[in-house]
Design a protein around this ligand. Structure first.
Ligand SMILES: Nc1nc2c(ncn2[C@@H]2O[C@H](COP(=O)(O)OP(=O)(O)OP(=O)(O)O)[C@@H](O)[C@H]2O)c(=O)[nH]1
Length: 342
């Protein structure tokens, strides 16, 4: 594991997940063809389903296409070729400022996220921005309430649990009461993700891209992402009550080495049950806040911007998974605090 030096030139990568038919291709079509002003590279793994022929400008090499609206696109088998394609994209990185990777409908987003932690050339150039899960407002309920899968691995549940943002798509197919109920269900599985609504994938891209530090209000955004004290702090029933989240706030800085050692040990010992861990961290002796993004046992911890003068330094960390022992985690984390203060 490495701690990366702050490099704001790293290209943020969003992983787009969502159950079969949720509207991922529709959203990607919207991104590739509308004039939204962003320059996005889309890695799409379902060639054939997307109708882009009329908008293709067959300008570049075999697999990577430049779109009329400035985006670029390529089609690959994500599982096998993601790293290779990322490298090809990076060779033309002046052409885009964000990458979106679609995972297939039944896939666990985790192995895709994993790719961004393992290849040194890739990890040097890009960083995971967020996992975005798309849900079908009309059909997701039946997957979430799937009795067969209750309590065991349910892909639709796992995707929502892992997400930083959830887009409820197909809102034209549900009424306000149904949407409110669905939001409550989603909130029961994931207390921290921002929830957006969309019709035919039309979302404000600013709401799903660059949420880990590339917006002007990065700290507020992050705080919101991690804030568990707001209105959403309910413990509604969830289909898989074994998946929970616990969060901690510390007003004392961490000792970086001790914290890393603990996280590495804890997440590797609990890689099956620790779905997602994220945080904003105050480290002793460093003016910058650190961002922690972990998916199962894979940890990405890196310094970000300096704390602003007007904000209180503080660490917030959230663990999402099964069999979380809050008291034990708190004791371990307290052990990693710096004695010397900030
Ligand atoms: N009514 C309605 N239909 C939608 C909306 N968004 C997408 N659809 C339709 O839903 C169907 C599935 O959309 P896709 O974009 O192919 O879904 P996907 O997530 O890529 O599906 P998979 O390839 O199976 O993973 C298509 O027929 C879309 O036209 C929406 O907001 N409202």
């Amino acid at each position: 594991m490495q701690v990366y030096e702050a490099q704001n030139s790293k290209i943020p990568v969003t992983i787009l997940t969502g159950f079969l038919g949720a509207g991922k291709t529709t959203l990607l079509n919207y991104i590739l063809t509308e004039r939204h002003g962003h320059r996005i590279a889309v890695i799409e793994n379902e060639f054939g389903e997307i109708d882009v022929d009329s908008d293709l400008v067959l300008a570049s090499d075999e697999e990577i296409f430049q779109m009329k609206n400035g985006c670029i696109c390529c089609f690959v088998d994500v599982r096998n070729d993601l790293i290779q394609v990322m490298k090809k994209l990076l060779a033309q990185k002046d052409k885009f400022d964000h990458v979106i990777v679609e995972t297939s409908g039944l896939a666990d987003p985790t192995p895709v996220a994993t790719s961004f932690f393992i290849d040194p050339e890739v990890t040097d150039a890009v960083q995971l921005d967020a996992i975005v899960a798309l849900v079908d407002a009309k059909h997701i309920g039946q997957h979430l309430h799937d009795k067969e899968l209750d309590g065991s691995s349910n892909q639709a549940v796992d995707q929502i649990v892992a997400a930083d943002r959830v887009i409820i798509n197909k809102i034209d197919l549900a009424n306000e009461d149904e949407l409110a109920l669905l939001e409550t269900d989603i909130r029961g599985l994931n207390q921290t993700a921002g929830i957006l609504r969309a019709e035919y994938g039309k979302v404000d891209l600013g709401g799903i891209l660059g949420i880990s530090g590339f917006t002007p209000s990065y700290v507020e955004e992050r705080a919101k992402l991690l804030d568990l004290d707001g209105h959403h702090h309910h413990h509604h029933h969830s289909h898989d009550p074994s998946v929970t989240s616990v969060s901690f706030t510390f007003d004392q800085p961490f000792n970086q080495d001790r914290l890393l050692t603990f996280l590495k040990r804890h997440l590797s010992e609990n890689s099956e049950t620790a779905f997602r861990t994220k945080g904003i961290l105050w480290m002793a002796g460093d003016e910058r806040f650190f961002v922690l993004q972990a998916v199962h046992e894979l940890i990405d911890l890196r310094p970000d911007h300096p704390w602003r003068a007007d904000e209180a330094k503080q660490s917030r960390i959230v663990f999402i998974g099964r069999k979380l022992d809050k008291a034990a985690l708190e004791a371990e984390l307290r052990n990693c605090l710096s004695e010397s203060g900030g």
